[in-house]
Every structure is written in structure tokens, then in C-alpha cells.
Design a protein around this ligand. Structure first.
Ligand code: AP5
Ligand code: MG
Length: 271
């Protein structure tokens, strides 16, 4: 899931996780959690994020692949990674070595002026990454998370000055990365026959070519149906979740990831 800061990557990923049996990993949420926990990674990332810069590529790759390597038999979304050409190349090399090349890049394209007005209304529940907006998707009780009842916070990097720098960082890294994926999409992708795969991976319906799609719009009425159509067309066997209203918001992407890690640990302990 690719897009400007504030484009709605987190919001749309949450809707997909709520509707389908898949998991989402947001690098921004992972970093904010590391900062909150006071880890070494958190200490390194805190100052960079506060000024709207980008955390070093190799560190980001390690954070992401540590998570991905636990998700053998799952469909997943990456929200906010890769965001530099180098990250794209490192990710591709890693996924190819695992026999699970990337299948879909969705570029969520929202006009800058729409995004800037949204950011001043954004509130987040830092431990889960749940995102609210006082006008678009307000919490049931103002200032408090719907699920835990804990207080919501403004993100430290959502002040107008830092946000402008994040937008600039996006523009600096966007074109090379999108061109890279455009070129990959025109190449034949290594198929399941010529790469060793974990047995679980063979259960996934995996398109054999990378697809790049751009969804443009200012409102969820435009973006969500387009995105949903892309997902159902590309992954026809993706299972809708049994419970919960279709397309409902504010699930816990990180909780999904944690659940998957626990399931993987449980499976390996049974072997
Ligand atoms: P990260 O947390 O990923 O921030 P970002 O990319 O700047 O994106 P945001 O989370 O701000 O926006 P979003 O697209 O998720 O939008 P949202 O759904 O919240 O990264 C933060 C920092 O971490 C980076 O600056 C960097 O320092 C570091 N970092 C992270 N990944 C990195 C990497 N790979 N490499 C290096 N550094 C990295 O929506 C925004 C608002 O709009 C919300 O209030 C929402 O409710 C509202 N909204 C959403 N959709 C709609 C709609 N359709 N209509 C109306 N309102 C809507
Ligand atoms: Mg986000």
C-alpha cells in the first residue's frame, strides 16, 4: 500500500483486514511502538521521525522482514514500506529468496490539499495504530479509543511544519520507486515451479505477475470500492471474515500480525 503521508493507507488497510482474512504491517505503527517501548530501534528512530525524515533503509528492512518471516501461509499488506528505491530492491531480493515475490502495488493518490486538511483532524491510538478523524471517522467517545477506552493522542509528526517535510520526503522518493515497480510489472516473475517454497505458501492463490494499480480520489466513496474491486479480482479465493460489518473501520492491524506470530509459534511447537 503506497501513498503520500495522510493518503489513507492505514485507514484502508484496516478496512481490508476487517473484511478479509489478511494481515497488515504498518512500519510507522511498528516504529511508534518501538519508541513507546524505549527500545534501541525506537531511540534511533525517534529523532528522525520527529523531523519528518526517513529511517535508514537497512534498519527498516530488518524490522519488516522479522515480521514477514513469521507469516508463511498468510496474505499480507505492507503499509508504508517500501518507500525508497533501495527499500524496494532490498524487499524484492528478500521476497524472491523466500519464493514469495510481491504481487500487487496499490498507489493511493489523494490531492495534497485534501490530505493537509485531514491531518489536523487525525487522532490515533498509539499501541494499536487505530486511526480516527474528528470529521470522517470519529471515535464513539471523543478523545478515547473505541476498543480499549484508552486516551487518543495526536502524532508528534502531524504538526504542519513536519508534515510538509514528510510530504517532501515522499515526493523525493516516489518516482524512482514507482518506476522500479513499473519495470518489474513488465517482467516475467519467477513462478512457484522454479523456486523452493515453504509448503504453506503453495496454498495461497498467487498471481504470477506483479500488478501496479493507482487509485485516485478524495473520498472513501471513490477509493474504497475501487480498492476492494482490485483485491477481489486479483485474489478471488481470499476469504471474507465471518463476522463484522463489511468494510467497517478501525481494526487492529498490529493485533493481526501478533496473532499470526503466535499461530506460527504454536504450529512450530506442535511439530
Ligand atoms: P507512517 O506512520 O507510515 O506515516 P505516513 O506514510 O506519513 O502516513 P500516515 O500514517 O501519516 O498516513 P496514512 O496514509 O496511513 O493515512 P491515515 O489512514 O492515517 O510513517 C511515519 C514516519 O515513520 C515516517 O515519516 C518516517 O520517519 C518513518 N517511517 C515509516 N516507514 C518508513 C520506511 N519504510 N522507511 C523509512 N522511514 C519510515 O489517514 C489520514 C487521516 O485521514 C486520518 O485522520 C483518517 O481518518 C483520514 N482519512 C483516511 N481516509 C479518509 C477518507 N477517505 N476520507 C476522509 N478522511 C480520511
Ligand atoms: Mg498510517
Amino acid at each position: 500500500m503506497f501513498g503520500k503521508p495522510g493518503a489513507g493507507k492505514g485507514t484502508l488497510s484496516s478496512r481490508l483486514v476487517k473484511k478479509y482474512d489478511l494481515l497488515s504491517i504498518s512500519t510507522g505503527d511498528l516504529l511508534r511502538q518501538q519508541i513507546q517501548d524505549g527500545t534501541e530501534v525506537g531511540k534511533q528512530a525517534e529523532e528522525i521521525m520527529a523531523r519528518g525524515g526517513l529511517v535508514p533503509d537497512e534498519l527498516m528492512l530488518r524490522i519488516v522482514t522479522d515480521k514477514l518471516d513469521t507469516l508463511h501461509d498468510k496474505h499480507w499488506i505492507l503499509d508504508g514500506f517500501p518507500r525508497t528505491l533501495r527499500q524496494g530492491q532490498l524487499l524484492e531480493a528478500h521476497l524472491q529468496s523466500r519464493g514469495t515475490p510481491l504481487t500487487l502495488v496499490v498507489n493511493i493518490n489523494v490531492p495534497d490539499e485534501v490530505i493537509i486538511s485531514r491531518i489536523s483532524d487525525r487522532w490515533v491510538h498509539i499501541p494499536s495504530g487505530r486511526v480516527y478523524n474528528t470529521s470522517y471517522n470519529p471515535p464513539r467517545v471523543a478523545g478515547y479509543d473505541d476498543v480499549t477506552g484508552e486516551p487518543l493522542a495526536r502524532r508528534a509528526d502531524d504538526d504542519p511544519e513536519t508534515f510538509t517535510r514528510r510530504l517532501q520526503a515522499f515526493y523525493n522518493s516516489t518516482n524512482p520507486l514507482l518506476e522500479y515497480y513499473g519495470a518489474l510489472a513488465n517482467q516475467e516473475v519467477v513462478t512457484t515451479e522454479n523456486v523452493h517454497q515453504h509448503p504453506h505458501q503453495l496454498l495461497l492463490d498467487r498471481p504470477d505477475k506483479l500488478v501496479v494499480r493507482t487509485v485516485t480520489g478524495s473520498t472513501s466513496d471513490i477509493i474504497w470500492p475501487d480498492l476492494d474491486r482490485i483485491i477481489t479480482t486479483m485474489f478471488p479465493t481470499l476469504t471474507p471474515r465471518a463476522s463484522g460489518p463489511e468494510g467497517a473501520q478501525n481494526t487492529t492491524p498490529l493485533a493481526g500480525v501478533v496473532a499470526a506470530s503466535e499461530a506460527a509459534a504454536a504450529t512450530s511447537s506442535l511439530k
